[in-house]
Design a protein around this ligand. Structure first.
Ligand code: GLN
Length: 200
């Protein structure tokens, strides 16, 4: 069973825990570095990015989180979680996020999006995306793939097994992105060297 850490310093982590449990994974709330031991995947939820940043600093989680993501651990960041992954925060995804980018007039809205997460030619993952004072991706490096945009603005980006979305999939009961995360865990286990596989 995949052990999936959900950063739980602040924000809507409980909804992610619920979705993961329903999919048969073993969610683990992460509040301190020891909680990161042996994780197969990581979720950084939405919330308020300044508060979350302060919590990460206070708990000494910045470096261990960076190491975990850089080691190739499948990671999903949603909304404030996208901001946490960017260049100015944890610096593990080559993007710059613009906070509250859609402005006061359209603080919250919903969109149907299609994310091409599978192999080439496979059906895209359809998501009812709930945006709440959402960021967008202002700038990104060449290796970052844009999976979906609202207007011209990227709102779902991926590099390898790190997926960052500007919206909340968990609120509308969507589980497609969590399924993707668990698929990446399974794919990694298949390709792991035998020693690692035995230990897992
Ligand atoms: N506006 C929040 C921030 O900048 C993010 C909103 C969210 O996670 N729903 O931190």
């Amino acid at each position: 069973m995949a052990v999936v850490g959900v950063l739980a310093l602040q924000g809507d982590f409980a909804a992610h825990v619920r979705v993961l449990a329903e999919l048969g994974a073993q969610p683990r709330v992460v509040r301190e570095p020891a909680d990161l031991e042996g994780l197969d995947a990581l979720v950084i939820p939405g919330g308020e990015s300044t508060t979350m940043t302060l919590g990460i600093e206070r708990e000494g989680l910045a470096e261990p989180l960076r190491n975990l993501v850089r080691a190739g651990t499948p990671t999903l960041g949603t909304c404030a979680g996208l901001i946490m992954l960017d260049r100015e925060h944890l610096g593990v995804l080559d993007i710059s996020a613009r906070r509250n980018a859609f402005g006061r007039q359209v603080a919250s809205f919903e969109e149907e999006l299609e994310l091409p997460l599978g192999a080439a030619g496979s059906e895209p993952t359809r998501v009812r995306a709930v945006f709440i004072r959402a960021p967008w991706v202002e700038e990104h490096g060449e290796e970052v793939e844009v999976l979906a945009s609202v207007g011209e603005r990227p709102v779902a980006v991926r590099r390898g097994d790190v997926l960052a979305v500007a919206f909340h999939p968990e609120i509308s009961g969507e589980d497609g992105l969590h399924r993707w995360l668990l698929e990446r865990v399974a794919a990694r286990a298949e390709h792991a060297p035998p020693a690692t596989r035995e230990a897992a």
